[in-house]
Design a protein. Structure first.
Length: 364
């Protein structure tokens, strides 16, 4: 019987004492006969003069560790605001694309409305600080996280126990859960053939009140530069939209459309601007990770591409560049978590201003 190999994901690497926390998780999993893979397992020579090279090496360590894993367990606690660590959700996307077990844990599985501070109630409608109708307000996390991951309320140990119990039940039934990568050809069977590359426009626009109008404008620009475009608000080929009062049913259906779009596209153009506080929108993070694992071409844009230590408030060098929660702010001369920055080209500007650069790079 093969051992489960667990990839442990989460923002612990940014915590004070994070290495010790991760090692404790490792020891607990190993005590049950599991192998454990951590992002920092593969050592490399640190280059003091080339910080982006270090980030790229860490990214490949993470990718290689995930590629030999059979499961991911991810800490889904909010990070620097009411959103999950974007790099961790990126890794869930990679894991889902590989067809391995996806588990996550949180100490608070209540819906977003209970955890998002600063919302405003106007005419019976709940808005976030930026004036959007509060996204996924009746869910604990975004639809892509809900749809891809078994979420356990509790800590790592509780989540590990739940995963091991699930595996035990599978053995009793002598039926292995299908963990193969879905047949992409079948996934695409009803997709119209196009002369142009298909760009999936991943981003938080899906949660704006004028999402359809925005996406139609973005599609026209894509067409002008040689792409056909699909968006999160489009129906995916072969999947019906389900209208339900149950938020989980709606979330799974949204996720099903989103993951099909990622499989069907040739490239992703992602909006990585900060969504709630300092992290990108979680559906977008997931889709980037999934697309990378499936071998898609990735591009992104941000309003501000200054390095993270200039963008994210912190206490400076005298205090180890810790943020207000005591977490380390990355220092790789990149504008965002290295999982994104090491796997794609990121342009500064709006979609309108960067689409020509995407086309120039893509078509060579």
């Amino acid at each position: 019987m093969n051992k489960e190999c667990i990839y442990i994901a989460g923002p612990e690497c940014f915590y004070r004492g994070g290495d010790q926390i991760l090692e404790a998780m490792r020891r607990r999993a190993e005590s049950f006969g599991c192998e454990v893979s951590l992002p920092n397992d593969h050592k490399f020579v640190w280059d003091q003069d080339n910080l982006t090279k270090n980030a790229d090496a860490i990214f490949m360590n993470c990718a290689n560790s995930l590629n030999r894993s059979t499961a991911i367990i991810c800490d889904l606690e909010f990070f620097r605001g009411p959103e999950v660590d974007g790099g961790s959700v990126y890794e869930i996307g990679m894991a889902y694309a590989r067809g391995i077990r996806c588990y996550g844990y949180t100490r608070d599985k209540r819906p977003m409305i209970w955890k998002y501070y600063g919302w405003e109630l106007r005419d019976g409608v709940i808005y976030d600080r930026k004036g959007r109708i509060l996204p996924y307000q009746d869910l604990p996390f975004s639809p892509n996280v809900i749809g891809s991951t078994k979420i356990i309320q509790g800590d790592f140990n509780v989540c590990l126990d739940a995963m091991l119990a699930d595996i035990e039940e599978e053995r009793k039934l002598s039926v292995l859960r299908d963990r193969t990568i879905p047949d992409v050809a079948k996934e695409e069977m009803s997709l119209p053939k196009s002369r142009k590359p298909i760009a999936y426009l991943s981003g938080s626009e899906r949660y704006e009140a004028d999402d359809i109008i925005r996406y139609e404008c973005m599609k026209k620009l894509c067409n002008r530069y040689g792409f056909d475009a699909i968006t999160p608000v489009d129906d995916a080929a072969g999947i019906q939209r389900i209208h339900s009062d149950d938020p989980y049913v709606r979330a799974y259906n949204i996720f099903d459309h989103n993951q099909r779009h990622v499989r069907n596209c040739d490239l992703i153009i992602a909006n990585l601007n900060m969504f709630h506080a300092w992290e990108p929108e979680s559906d977008t993070s997931f889709e980037c990770g999934m697309a990378y694992q499936l071998g898609k071409k990735l591009y992104a844009y941000m309003d501000d591409t200054r390095i993270m230590r200039e963008r994210i408030p912190n206490y400076g060098s005298a205090n180890g560049f810790r943020d207000v929660c005591g977490c380390n702010v990355e220092n790789f001369n990149y504008p965002i978590n290295l999982m994104f920055a090491s796997s794609m080209k990121i342009f500064e500007g709006t979609f309108d201003s960067i689409i020509s650069k995407v086309a120039e790079d893509y078509f060579g």
